[in-house]
Design a protein around this ligand. Sequence first.
Ligand SMILES: Cc1cc2nc3c(=O)[nH]c(=O)nc-3n(C[C@H](O)[C@H](O)[C@H](O)COP(=O)(O)O)c2cc1C
Length: 219
Amino acid sequence: MAEKRNYEPAHWDRLFATPGILAVITTVDGQGRVNAAAFATCVRAVHQPLQISFVTYAEGTQTYRNICETGQFVVNLPGFRKELLEKVCTVGLPFDQGVNEIEQAGLTALPATRVGPPRIAECGRHFECELVWTKEWLGRVVIMGNVVAASADDGSTDQEGFIDWDAVTPALYCGSTYFRAPDYQHSFVGNGAVVAVSSPYEGPEAQHYRDTVGAASRR
Ligand SMILES: Cc1cc2nc3c(=O)[nH]c(=O)nc-3n(C[C@H](O)[C@H](O)[C@H](O)COP(=O)(O)O)c2cc1C
């Protein structure tokens, strides 16, 4: 067995660097405008009934605002494929309200079966949620959703619904903080491998992010 090394608090977040499963969460605002964002902090919190939580910033995220307005969201779980992870990084960029990140990233919206926000066709598993509760602290908010419908790519489970992991290849985010500039290399783990991925997005906002958000994030 290896010797244990003790870490200073500044390194604790890096040490716990796969905070949950990677998800793209879709919401709509009160006017029905679609939003999608990347979340590394998604956790199955309750088995029965199935409830899923994730953590986001309490101020300034469209995802939280939309969930407060409509009480609904869809958790879409992407597989560990580089071209798909690049698109996940693109929806993780801070687009303005009303911009449809699904379109910006070149992903495909698929209507959900029980809630307003769409599923993302390229993701392998989808959990349609209704809000149960939120809890704010330290500038963050935990959002807990109750699953009202779930779907997955045909062929990705056996007859009893147990996952074929080789088909599904879940992805985990390895970074600690979420640097958001397009060029930032995010690391993901899945399928026994690690891959570094950045957003290929080159829309008009990209340079602005490099100059502002990205620079600030790196300090
Ligand atoms: C791979 C990845 C994982 C992320 N995970 C989280 C997360 O768990 N919590 C969070 O608050 N932001 C996370 N972000 C940042 C959000 O996706 C980002 O702030 C996004 O702009 C929020 O979008 P919204 O304002 O449309 O909700 C992540 C970004 C990336 C690229």
